[in-house]
Design a protein around this ligand. Sequence first.
Ligand code: AR6
Length: 189
Amino acid sequence: MAIINKTILGVTIECIEGDIASQAGITAVVNAANAQLRMGGGVAGAIHRAAGPGLEEECRPLAPIKPGEAVITGGHNLPNRYVIHCLGPIYGMDKPEDGLLAKCYRNALQLAEQHKIGSIAFPAISTGAFGYPVEDAADVAFRTIIEMIPKLKYIKRIRFVLYSARDLEIHEKTLSRIISRKKGVRGNF
Ligand code: AR6
């Protein structure tokens, strides 16, 4: 169930609690990848397990990637046509963290546009093993996405899949706050 659902210039941003590896009806899911684009834990574990070994095989020639970068592959056994793999910054190590995290979201959306993708689901990149505080990461993610919305031609639906009720609540509050501030400044939201 979508707890929050906001439409800006024809693009819907929604937040739900769930598993990124079971998002049927979404064209591309985003992987919070490691540099080698291998299985790993957290999101990368869930995505590779559900996709099957063909995904690692397709990833091999595309690795390694650097923080902020994104690459696209097929979805294999996932219910999605594509996986977009992003390497988020390790908090306290890859600097500037906010700039690199913003780059992940920008690059993922750009790749999706290049492939004429209409719907995309993100996990909260960098907020697990990479230690990025969830509040700060949500702020960067939504600001970056909202900034890009006027340039999007194909993407109509952007879903955040959060792994706990707490993370969902943080994302919900952050998105509402950013949108209500923007409304005060511009009339087109
Ligand atoms: N669906 C949605 N969200 C999830 C899921 C899931 N199945 N599993 C975890 N999360 P992480 P990172 C949440 O660690 O911080 C990996 O081992 C999790 O609670 O997956 O970018 C890779 O191999 C957290 O809020 O990604 C890399 O080495 C968020 O997703 C490294 O971890 C991201 O957690 C990447 O670290």
